[in-house]
Design a binder for this molecule. Structure first.
Ligand code: SF4
Length: 226
């Protein structure tokens, strides 16, 4: 089935609405948020991020100079708190070394390629975190792919890659597939919402799914799900 990405994006907008058009704040805040969001729930990420900001009123400068162990308690709600603390302190150190302070605002004038290359060089920052930071923190129209988006778009027939997590090649393939003019932030968020509501890793609810008309798996009653 030919991907009807524009129609899918419109259908999702009708159901879930657009992503709010508001300032995301400092780029570094976004990067840390997405770093904490990996392999945990939104609620636990939020709890850890708030605890971190409350524990260090001096901001990222104070955290960059702190011993890793001082980050354990605030990061504990997100799980994996030791590795998160190690990566965060190392990432902040690398940012200070590159820019002379704990700010990523200089990235706003960089090319997408250079931003992605720099962000993915930071400890613990993978392609998904880098592209989420570019999409939501810098307003760049790059399509960040998480496990929900990977699963839903695979079932819809947009790609033939298999497995539970998107490969770099698969994420690049999907990124190139998105046509100009599509609201990429809304498509990203709304596909995740659709995935959670109708198309989880277990049995999808194709009969009720608003994307069934555009979906390879839905067209055969989910017999092809996987
Ligand atoms: S029709 Fe079924 S398989 Fe396709 S996106 Fe919807 S729930 Fe998922």
């Amino acid at each position: 089935m030919e991907p009807k990405i524009g129609a899918v994006a419109e259908t999702l907008l009708e159901r879930y609405g657009p992503y709010p058009d508001e300032s995301a704040g400092p780029v570094l805040d976004q990067l840390v948020w997405f770093l904490l969001s990996t392999r945990t729930t939104v609620e636990n990420c939020e709890a850890a991020y708030r605890a971190l900001r409350d524990a260090f009123p001096g901001g990222w400068d104070q955290i960059a100079a702190a011993p890793e162990a001082a980050l354990y308690a605030p990061l504990r709600p997100a799980g994996l708190f030791r590795s998160r603390a190690r990566n965060l302190v190392a990432t902040l150190g690398a940012i200070v070394e590159r820019f002379g302070g704990t700010s990523l605002e200089a990235l706003r004038s960089w090319s997408n390629r250079d931003i992605e290359s720099f962000l993915t060089s930071l400890p613990g920052v993978g392609l998904k975190v880098a592209r989420c930071t570019m999409l939501f923190g810098l307003g760049r129209p790059v399509f960040a792919v998480d496990a929900h988006i990977w699963r839903v778009t695979g079932r819809m027939g947009w790609h033939a890659f298999r497995g539970g997590a998107p490969s770099a090649a698969g994420a690049d393939f999907l990124n190139r597939l998105i046509p100009d003019g599509v609201d990429v932030r809304s498509l990203h968020v709304n596909l995740i919402r659709l995935g959670r509501e109708f198309c989880p890793a277990g049995a999808p609810r194709c009969a009720e799914c608003p994307l069934a008309a555009f979906c390879a798996a839905g067209a055969v009653g989910c017999a092809a799900r996987g």
